[in-house]
Design a protein around this ligand. Structure first.
Ligand code: AMP
Ligand code: MN
Ligand code: MN
Ligand code: MN
Length: 291
């Protein structure tokens, strides 16, 4: 029996907007003491094979994951799929639809940045993405590189954050389409970072209800971007009220986000059933967890 003590079910590599290659990300996770890791890149499974190989070499348990962009009630939500089969045709088709939307939106973002004086914004962002999914993070890096913004946070605050001039609204997948794709491919659906959608409590209640209604199973109660005791208590209360399982994920994107730690997340709070207890296959044949 392998008993994992440091699980991280949400992070990114260069296959989307992470700063580290899948291999380097696994090395970084090992250094942080993580023994059970899911890679969950935005709208792609392209990094999984490399990450799995690196994890196998280190004896780290690895879970195939993805973070799918969804539009629900005119808002963007992120649904993490854990334990997906990356070769499943339904998942592949869903991801290719989102990827198409991503590259169309990127062209529109680039046009707006060019008006701000950033020349060749599209090709430069593409070069920064280096074959990975093109995200707003790449445009933020470009704004820093071009000397327009002093750091990534400022780039979002001034230009790329929701409601700012270069934030082009995207039409992502429908909630039920994303959940069906995750389920069809054998995975479990997790509502990512529930407190990061800039919603009132009433809107969050509607979001959880819609997520559960569409077949969603778990919520990221312990997130690297919400680790304060009051945030954990809010997630605990809401998971219990909506009868959702609990997951843990840092949303680590690389050392450039100094405020997010990889791994060592707060445990799933009392009264919330961990997603790996309901779906033990996530931990492998001989897996267990204490955290
Ligand atoms: P996209 O899916 O292309 O809209 O890009 C969303 C990504 O941008 C998120 O996954 C974060 O990694 C990043 N992001 C969004 N808002 C911020 C922010 N305020 N500061 C830093 N990164 C952000
Ligand atoms: Mn991201
Ligand atoms: Mn996200
Ligand atoms: Mn993420």
């Amino acid at each position: 029996m392998n008993t994992y003590t440091n699980i991280d079910f949400h992070c990114h590599s260069t296959a989307s907007d992470g700063a580290l290659s899948p291999t380097a990300l696994v090395a970084c996770a090992a250094e942080a003491g993580i023994d059970c890791l899911a890679l969950t890149d935005h709208d792609t499974v392209a990094g999984l094979a490399e990450a799995r190989q690196a994890a196998d070499q280190r004896g780290m348990h690895f879970v195939n994951g993805v973070e799918i962009s969804v539009t629900w009630s005119n808002k963007t939500l992120h649904i993490v799929g854990l334990g997906v089969d990356p070769t499943h045709p339904v998942l592949e088709q869903a991801l290719s639809a989102v990827q198409h939307g991503r590259s169309e939106r990127a062209k529109q973002i680039a046009e707006r940045l060019e008006k701000l004086g950033v020349a060749d914004a599209y090709s430069r962002a593409l070069a920064l993405a280096d074959g990975g999914q093109l995200t707003r993070t790449h445009f933020a890096r470009l704004l820093v590189q071009a000397g327009v913004s002093k750091d990534l946070k400022q780039a979002f605050k001034q230009h790329l954050g929701n409601g700012k001039p270069a934030a082009v609204r995207a039409q992502w997948l429908a909630l039920d389409t994303a959940i069906d794709a995750i389920k069809s491919s054998g995975g479990v659906s997790v509502l990512a970072h529930p407190l990061r959608y800039d919603m009132t409590g009433a809107w969050r209640a509607r979001m959880y209800a819609a997520f559960a209604e569409a077949g969603g199973q778990a919520v990221e109660v312990s997130s690297g971007v919400s680790q304060q005791p009051d945030e954990l208590a809010t997630c605990q209360k809401e998971a219990i009220r909506h009868q959702l399982l609990g997951s843990v994920g840092s949303d680590f994107h690389g050392p450039e986000q100094r405020w997010i730690r990889h791994g060592r997340l707060a445990p799933v709070p009392r009264g919330v059933r961990p997603v790996w207890e309901a779906f033990p296959g996530l931990l492998g044949a001989a897996g267990g967890a204490t955290l």
